[in-house]
Every structure is written in structure tokens, then in C-alpha cells.
Design a protein around this ligand. Structure first.
Ligand SMILES: Nc1ncnc2c1ncn2[C@@H]1O[C@H](COP(=O)(O)OP(=O)(O)OP(=O)(O)O)[C@@H](O)[C@H]1O
Ligand SMILES: Nc1ncnc2c1ncn2[C@@H]1O[C@H](COP(=O)(O)OP(=O)(O)OP(=O)(O)O)[C@@H](O)[C@H]1O
Ligand SMILES: [Mg+2]
Ligand SMILES: [Mg+2]
Lengths: 257, 257
């Protein structure tokens, strides 16, 4: 069955985009037809797969606001089986333009539903979100079957987790009754750092945490400047291994469904 | 003369809060009466100076929306001469409640103006902002005399700089003609990393960059879990030295104004 996952955390810089891009690329390499949706006006996920915002005419904004079909906006990437619905800065305007619309929170869900009804082939949809819990992230939470939460093991990042889970509960009790928390992914993990182990132990007490842990790895921060996911930039790096392991575990968790 | 500075960057996790908290604390240690304003619903700057959001009744929300006086909401910190106007999660509601108000972007400017007219003593005001360019950050840009931009020397962080500077120009041409860009502060700088030097060289071509560079230093990420600025947590650390140097340079740039 198809899986739609929102990668969410209102705390900034915790590895949402790095996780969305590299999980999507790893799933594509496993021959899963994958769509990466960029819901962040920064357009980092788009750049991360070699489709920088300045290079495109149409973006997810045109689907959300102008009713353009997904198939007419998506762009193929250098990775086989990986397609991106790109974002650019105009997406900022969508938050303002949708405020008074009754269906403001379910536009993305409709864009995806209608595209699947027309027969678009994606088995996996991964949605990258901005560092906030505003209307763009809300659209992702309403459209998704589950939520993946990248977490940097630091104090400020831990503080925001409760509020994030409250927000997910509110969406589950409102617009998306089926929304599940898929799990927490520990990112930029430095095993020499005491705080990292303390935070990780604390999180494991309350949430489902993926076994796959992403270590701090310089190659992961270099890859986006080449417009490549880590698998195409440096497949032997620790970062690439971690995201392949994450993709395997991600698919295993879905195997029986 | 008094200085009001907004610490802004829509890219998440680049060290805005760490810079706001530790610059404010270093200015206070230099006997400058300093107010730290937390305009991020995450409330990280408040926690970073030992005033966690769950411990307070009133917050900046009450000043912005209910017209409460600044003096009735601020909290003294463990650092002499450092006071905080704390934030908590209710600040999220302010963005929604202000949308239809004509003066929605200048509420913070008015709160500060009216407080100074009543004679509050602060010489330095440092405003921490959330990772977005929405109404809360806009309020900070309208209230401020200048903007300090923390920048992590990585690819995604560089991408957003142009849009940030365009936004500052727009505010300067609109609601705050006197708004200046104070400068860029390089954060989490790792000198062994090529990309960091490439990004730093690029940024120096287009912007005023502070000589004081903040290195990656684990003590900086430990300090917030104790509710202490780095100067009180580990005054001998590289992080403390860097923020003291930044405060010295910050004051030198203002001497004579
Ligand atoms: N495991 C890692 N090791 C080293 N660097 C990393 C790792 N993961 C991410 N990075 C780098 O850290 C920075 C933050 O990561 P990223 O941009 O993916 O976070 P984000 O949560 O998407 O940020 P935002 O909140 O702005 O959307 C980026 O420069 C990225 O290249
Ligand atoms: N120089 C540094 N060395 C090591 N860790 C740092 C440094 N500066 C900040 N950090 C840590 O990196 C993380 C991100 O920093 P911080 O929260 O200050 O960024 P921010 O820009 O305020 O994030 P947000 O966009 O969520 O508001 C925090 O966990 C912080 O403790
Ligand atoms: Mg991102
Ligand atoms: Mg912050």
C-alpha cells in the first residue's frame, strides 16, 4: 500500500531536510517509486536533489493555490525512481492567501488525492516541512498517514517535542483521524557527547525511536552543495550507510501493512 | 544611546538563540543594563537564561495582545543587569490574532517605545526570533535599530541569506526606515572543514562579517540544560571567550554613535 510521511519538527536545524532527501533517495534506490514534496519556502529539499528554486517556473505553490495538476509541476531528479514536487520562495505567500479559505489545511491532501485518482505511480511520498507548526506544516500533517520526527540530541530540541506531539494529537482529533507517529530519528548523533546519550535515553522512554541513528558526518552537509543526495555524492560514507539502514527499517515497519 | 538589535535568520538551527542569550549576558557582564526579548514561541531564549516557559504566568504575548506593561512581565535572571521578557507557546496565537490588525507589525515597537517613555533603564535590547520571516520576526525588524545575522557556514544556510536581506530592505523601505544590518556572525565554525571556509569567504564578499567567530563548542549546547548562559556555566570555555569577544566588538562598533 502507498505510504505518505510528513517529516516534522518545529525546532530549526535538526535535520528534517537532510532526512527527507536522503530517506527518499534511499527508498528510490530500493526501487520504490518515490515522490519528495518540498513544503518549505526555503526550498532546501529541492536544492538537495539538484532542483534549486531559482531553476524552476512552477512549484508546489501552483498546486496549492492555482489548482495545477501535480504531474504538470513535478521534476525528475538524477536518482532513478525519485521525483520532486519543488518549492520556492513564493510558497510564503500561500500561508497568507489560504488564511481565509475553509479548506486551507487540506489543500495538499486534495492535490495528492486527485493525483492518485488520476493514476500517478508513487508508492512512497515524503514531505519536508519548514521549522514551524503553521499552515504549511498543518497541510503536511493532514495529507500524511504518519509523521517522522528527526531529533537532534540537544536540550533545546528536546524542549519542543511535547508541543509537537500535542499538535499531532490535535490533527488526529480533527482533520486526520488516521495520522500515526511513525517514530523519532536521532540525527547528528555524537556518541562522545554525554548530553546526546541523556537526551536519547529520555526520548526512548516516551516515543518509538528508530534503531537507525544518523551520526554527525561532514559528507552529509557537503552533498547539498552538489545538488546530490548522499548516496550519489559518497555512497561509502557513514551518512549514506545510516540513511540506507533507516530506509530498510522504514520499509520493514511497513512490510505487514 | 540605546541600541535595539534583532537576531534574525529564517534558516533553522544556525545559533540565533545561542547568540542572543550569550551576547546579552556578555553585555550585562560589561555593566550594560540589558533586556533580552524572546519572540520565539519555542521559548528557548527564556530557558537559556533560566526562565523556562512552564515557570511563568505572563509573557511577551500579554504585552503584544493585552497591552500589559513591559515592567509587569519581565523577569530578572541570575546574571546581574540582565532581564528577560520571556515567551511561551501562547505566542503562536499572537501571529493569528494580529493578522487583521492595522498595526500588526509594530506592536513590539510600541511596547518598547512606551516602556522607554515610562523610563525603563535598558541600554541594550537583544531580540531572539523564530526560524521564519512571519509576523513575529517582522515585529522584531520594525522595533529594531539593527539586525544581527547568525550564520552557520553550511550550504543550506547560505541559500537563505539573499531572501533575508531582501526582507530587511522591504522593512527599511516600509515600516522602519532606520533599520541597518549590523553584521553577520559566523557560528558553529569548524576550521577543519573546507565548506566552512568557502562559505565564509563568499559571505565576506557581500556582507559585513564580525571578526569574532564562534567555534563549535560542546559547552555551548550543554549550558541551556542548566538554564545558564555560557559565562556562568563555563567561563573558561572557547564558547565563552568567543561571545565575550563578540560583545567587545559589538560595543566598539557602537562607540561614538
Ligand atoms: N548528520 C549530519 N551530519 C552533519 N551535518 C548534518 C547532518 N544532518 C544535517 N546536517 C547539516 O546540518 C544543517 C541542518 O540540517 P537541515 O537543514 O537538514 O535541518 P532542518 O531541520 O531541515 O533545518 P530547517 O529547520 O531550517 O528546515 C544543514 O546544513 C545540514 O547540511
Ligand atoms: N557554537 C556552538 N557550538 C555547539 N553547539 C551549538 C553552538 N551554537 C549553538 N549550538 C547548539 O546548536 C543547536 C542550535 O542552536 P540554536 O538553538 O541556538 O539555533 P537557533 O537558530 O536559535 O534555532 P531555531 O531556528 O530553532 O530558533 C542548539 O542545540 C544549540 O545548543
Ligand atoms: Mg529544512
Ligand atoms: Mg532559536
Amino acid at each position: 500500500a502507498r505510504s505518505i510521511v510528513a517529516v516534522v519538527n518545529q525546532k530549526g536545524g535538526v535535520g528534517k531536510t537532510t532526512t527527507a532527501v536522503n530517506l527518499a533517495a534511499s527508498l528510490a534506490v530500493a526501487e520504490q517509486s518515490t515522490l519528495l514534496v518540498d513544503m518549505d519556502p526555503q526550498g532546501n529539499a529541492s536544492s538537495g536533489v539538484g532542483v534549486p528554486p531559482r531553476s524552476i517556473e512552477r512549484s508546489v505553490y501552483d498546486c496549492l493555490i492555482a489548482g495545477m495538476h501535480l504531474e504538470d509541476v513535478v521534476v525528475e531528479t538524477k536518482v532513478p525512481h525519485l521525483t520532486v514536487l519543488p518549492a520556492k520562495q513564493d510558497l510564503v505567500a500561500a500561508e497568507i492567501e489560504l488564511v481565509d479559505e475553509a479548506d486551507r489545511a487540506s489543500r495538499l491532501a486534495r492535490v495528492l488525492d486527485e493525483a492518485f485518482t488520476r493514476g500517478v505511480p508513487y508508492r512512497q511520498v515524503i514531505i519536508d516541512c519548514p521549522p514551524s507548526l503553521g499552515l504549511l506544516t498543518l497541510n503536511a500533517l493532514v495529507a500524511a498517514h504518519s509523521v517522522l520526527v528527526p531529533l537532534q540530541c540537544e536540550f533545546y530540541a528536546l524542549e519542543g517535542l511535547t508541543y509537537l506531539m500535542d499538535t499531532i494529537d490535535r490533527v488526529r482529533n480533527g482533520l486526520n483521524a488516521d495520522l500515526e507517529v511513525d517514530g523519532v530519528v536521532l540525527t547528528m548523533f555524537d556518541p562522545r557527547n554525554n548530553l546526546a546519550h541523556q537526551v536519547s535515553d529520555e526520548v526512548k522512554k516516551h516515543f518509538s525511536v528508530y534503531d537507525a541513528v544518523v551520526p554527525r558526518n561532514i559528507r552529509l552537509s557537503e552533498a547539498p552543495s552538489h545538488g546530490l543526495p548522499i548516496l550519489l555524492y559518497d555512497a561509502k560514507s557513514k551518512g549514506a550507510e545510516a540513511y540506507l539502514a533507516l530506509a530498510r527499517e522504514f520499509l520493514d515497519r511497513r512490510a505487514g501493512k
